[in-house]
Write a protein that binds this ligand. Structure first.
Ligand code: AMP
Length: 261
């Protein structure tokens, strides 16, 4: 596996068609690896970007604390058969005078809870699409609204890339894998299980014809939600929630209707 650190070098790497891109912030877990394996199965060249994108963090968020271990990530990516690990610096992607943003008009959910977050995500992904020029880019259902926003960006700006959205990988007890789970103490890890359980309760309520949001809220077991909302993601409708466990903010969602693709 080759590691590339500049946009210019990345644009010059000879990749064979079809090219798959998996954008990540690193600290790989099985969720990331499942996207890389899907890319490996479908594409001739697989590029994984590893970039803790500062523009998607607000000033009071965990940018500095965010787990980083490039050596371990490179080893895991090599094992999965990734061809190129693209690891740009913040200065490389946001040079002095950077002033152009991809700002999707999105309401609710993460857009309301984290102002500027989705703008940072959309902007960095368009930059990565332009630098890597993938035919296909792979995202996780775990960040369903991010996938929805990127579908809008690709459609609205005529970006020539196909998007795939793959199912959320969970621990055996149901907690969605997340790089942020390392912040949780043992007690918090146990408390956090209320989030997937509440979403499952909401999903069952929906199946029985009652309000999934009310049912999920009632089952949060004391967790403080930022929101519990129904969000459309492409052809699917998901019940999504964000909640704080101690100082850690977790998000999760379950599909209510349709299929994520
Ligand atoms: P991140 O490094 O957290 O920005 O995530 C990079 C990609 O991995 C995003 O498309 C996420 O949606 C996806 N991802 C994160 N956690 C999971 C998970 N538990 N299952 C599947 N995909 C995930």
């Amino acid at each position: 596996m080759r590691t590339v650190r500049t946009a210019t070098e990345m644009q010059q790497v000879a990749l064979s068609h079809k090219v798959g891109l998996v954008p990540t912030m690193g600290a790989f877990h099985e969720g990331h690896l499942s996207l890389m394996r899907a890319a490996r199965a479908e594409c001739a060249s697989v590029v994984v970007s590893l970039f803790v994108n500062p523009t998607q963090f607000a000033a009071n968020e965990d940018l500095e604390l965010y787990p980083r271990d490039e050596e371990r990530d490179a080893r895991l990516a090599t094992e999965v058969g990734v061809d190129v690990l693209f690891v740009p610096s913040a200065e490389e992607l946001y040079p002095e005078g950077f002033a152009t943003w991809v700002d999707v008009e999105e309401a609710g959910g993460e857009a309301a809870a984290r102002p500027g977050h989705l703008r940072g995500v959309a902007t960095v992904c368009v930059k990565l699409f332009n630098i890597v020029r993938p035919d296909v880019a792979f995202f996780g259902q775990k960040d369903a609204q991010q996938a929805a926003v990127l579908r809008r960006v690709v459609r609205d700006l005529n970006v020539d890339v196909e998007l795939r959205v793959l199912p959320t990988v969970r621990d055996a007890d149901g907690l969605a894998l997340s790089s942020r789970n390392v912040y949780l103490s043992t007690a918090e890890r146990a408390e956090a299980l209320a989030l997937p359980r509440a979403l499952e309760t909401g999903r069952s309520a929906h199946v029985q014809g009652s309000d999934p949001i009310a049912a999920a809220r009632a089952a949060l077991n004391g967790l403080e939600p930022d929101y519990v909302e129904v969000i459309d993601v492409g052809d699917a409708r998901v019940l999504a929630a964000a909640a704080r466990v101690g100082s850690t903010r977790l998000i999760d969602n379950v599909v209510l209707e349709g299929e994520l693709r």
